[in-house]
Write a protein that binds this ligand. Sequence first.
Ligand code: SAM
Length: 184
Amino acid sequence: MLQAFDFLKESLKNLKTVGSVARSSSFLCKAMIDPIDFSKNQVIVELGPGDGVITEYILERMTEESTLIAIEVNETFCEKLKQINDKRFFVVNQSAEHLDEILKHHGYKECDAIVSAVPFVVLPDDLTDKILAKCHLVLSQKGLFIQYHYSLFLKKMYNKIFSNIETDFIPINIPPAFVFICQK
Ligand SMILES: C[S@@+](CC[C@H](N)C(=O)[O-])C[C@H]1O[C@@H](n2cnc3c(N)ncnc32)[C@H](O)[C@@H]1O
């Protein structure tokens, strides 16, 4: 409850970048990571982790040799994320369009999955384009890009970038959400 209130406070201060007043529900968190094959070692990038509600689910399911890199523009959320003490987990306080340099800095050319909650609907179009181009660039051949939105409005945009897109509807969330599961 306290976490939900803190998230609301931070969100109201930064409406143009946070894009939501409520953290994702457990149903949405699970739907966002279910498509990932956690039986294998994975390099996963999380974009817009906020205070880490989805992060916790990813870390719980990842193998010991997997890596999770969280990229978040909001400094307050990054401070919160840095309290997670896990040798497989790295927090970067930057914007998602630097994804390729950030991966390289951590010793990786590509990643296996990108879990994104970046609110593209409220970001400038050119920034959205840059971020999505970088996502496509760094994904491995069979890599997955997984994103949620509160409408199907942006599906056309993903159709232009990714080869195969599945959608899932999660009614138990505020507001109800669509999950886009995209293959490179
Ligand atoms: C809707 S919140 C999602 C928070 C959390 N992942 C959840 O599902 O409840 C969107 C997050 O994206 C972050 N964000 C917005 N623009 C970003 C960017 N360009 N790069 C990285 N993170 C960004 C915001 O600061 C915010 O934490």
